[in-house]
Each structure stands twice: as C-alpha cells, then as structure tokens.
Design a protein around this ligand. Structure first.
Ligand code: PDD
Length: 276
C-alpha cells in the first residue's frame, strides 16, 4: 500500500496528473527514512530535514509533525514487517505549466515503502570501489530536491566503471557522493566536510559524528582537499540505505591497505549497536 494525497491505496491504483509540477519541473522535495523492526529510524531528524528542504523551495509543509508521524505509522503497519525504507515526496502540485509558483494549488504528497536491502557482510569485509568526478550540481545541495538529474548521471558513471559510488569534487574540495556522504581518515583522525550548501546534511552523517564524539574517536569537521582524499588511509560512505560502507579503491588506486580500516570497523560496530 502507498499513500497519496490523503488516501492509502495499492500502488497500481496510484496516479498523478501529467501537469504535476514534480513531473513537469522537478519542483519538489523528498526524504528517505529507514525502518528497522517497524520503527522509523531517527524520524524527528528526517522530519526536521524535510522542513528544511520545504523552506528551501518556499513550499508550506502540508502536515504537522504529529500528522506525519501518524501517517508514517499507518504506512508501516500496512506493509510487510521486515526492514524497509520510506520514500516521502512532496511537489508543489498540479497547475497549468508556468515556471512561477501557481496560486491556490494543493501540494501532491506521496509516500511508499520499499524493502531495505542493506549491504551484506561480504561488502563490509571486502570494501567497495569508487570513482571521482567533478561536482556539477547546483548551489543548493543542502535541499533534498527531487530534481536529481546530475546525481543520476554522476551515479551512472560509477555503475559504468563497475564501482559503487561517485565521489564528488568541487573547486578542489570533497563535497559528498552522488547519493551518500563521505568521510575520510588521515593520521588517525576522522575527517568530515562541513555541512553547507555544497552537500546534503545527511542523517547518517550526523549520527556517525555523534557516535565518534561519544566514543572518543578523534574527529574534525573541515574542508577536505582532493589531495587529502586521494592519500587518505580510509574512505567511507554513509547513507540511510547503505548505512556505512568502506571504500577501498578510488579511481583504480588502493585506499590505504585496500582493506576496510580500523576506524570503519569501530564506527560500523557502534552504528549496528545503536540501530539494534
Ligand atoms: N540519499 N548525499 C546525497 C546526495 C544523498 O542523496 C544522500 C542519501 C545522502 C545521505 O543522506 P542520509 O544519511 O540522510 O541518507 C547524502 C538517499 C538514500 C536517496 O536519495 O535514496
């Protein structure tokens, strides 16, 4: 069952008009929320980021936090009980095609649940490969916008190169992955780029930094240069659907010893314990 504009219905019966501004302009925002054992993970944080995205595109939140909570609870209850992720999608609604905001239009609100396939033990043990590319996205990457064409093209580069992710560089600095945040380790310090308009403020990113702080893992939030990325001892990616993954090859070159590192292993253990 999915949720669309006030109704729960089977996905086959869910339609939106072709003039929906999400379809025509990519004019909307979204969220991805993991659900473990029927409990949405870090829900308050996801709903706060949704509000930030809505504010960023000047669209009023159609629901209160408590209404979101009860809709999400119903959606989870109506879907299979296993680990899943919720996709929330809000567009500016349906109107005659005109770039400027339409007046008096209801937003379109869509939610669906999908089984969550987190990376298996093998990937956590062997690590994954990534490539780099220039970050050619817009200047508001902090908004979780549904207009994802640059991210789609950048991620496809990773797939074409038989790797897991494309790590993005802007003006010689690491920003994030095509659909993930990136951390590195140098001199036994966990380094994270600062949350600003150049990257999505990841919910998993925040949790990793919280876990590092609570467990005396030395860490620093600061700009990371391309040189520092390329000579890092460890690189890892984080996202709600991939959790935390070690990157052991970058553009065909080994990262550190080309095996998942000690900081990754510690953070992953802390993450798995936190989740449980
Ligand atoms: N994407 N940066 C980008 C560009 C992302 O698309 C994502 C997640 C992240 C990680 O954010 P979080 O930890 O809150 O998931 C960072 C989701 C999973 C997606 O688009 O499917």
């Amino acid at each position: 069952m999915i949720y669309l504009n006030g109704k729960f219905l089977p996905i086959e019966q869910a339609y939106i008009p072709v003039l929906d501004r999400g379809f025509i302009f990519g004019d909307g925002v979204y969220e991805v929320i993991p659900v473990y054992s029927c409990l949405p993970f870090r829900l308050d944080e996801h709903l706060a980021r949704l509000q930030h995205s809505l504010d960023g595109i000047r669209l009023a939140n159609p629901y209160t936090v408590s209404h979101w909570r009860s809709l999400i609870e119903s959606l989870v209850a109506q879907n299979e009980g296993g680990d899943q992720y919720l996709y929330l999608h809000i567009t500016r609604g349906t109107a005659r095609r005109d770039h400027a905001f339409p007046a008096g239009v209801e937003p379109t609100v869509f939610m669906m649940s999908t089984p969550l396939a987190i990376p298996g033990q093998e990937l956590l043990t062997t690590g994954v490969a990534a490539i780099t590319a220039q970050d050619n996205r817009w200047g508001r990457c902090d908004i979780k916008a549904i207009s994802l064409l640059p991210n789609v093209l950048l991620r496809q580069l990773a797939v074409d190169a038989c790797t897991m992710e494309t790590i993005l560089l802007r003006d010689g600095l690491l920003t994030e992955g095509a659909a993930s945040n990136i951390f590195i380790v140098r001199n036994d310090v966990l380094l994270a780029p600062p949350k600003d308009h150049r990257m999505l403020p990841g919910i998993t990113y925040d949790l990793i930094l919280e876990l590092a702080a609570a467990n005396a893992i030395t860490h620093e939030i600061r700009d990371i240069s391309e040189y520092e990325l390329r000579t890092a001892k460890e690189i890892m990616l984080t996202s709600s659907t991939k959790e935390i993954l070690p990157i052991v090859r970058l553009d065909g070159q080994p990262v550190g010893s080309a095996l998942p590192g000690a900081v990754f292993r510690q953070l992953n253990e802390l993450y798995q314990n936190y989740k449980a």
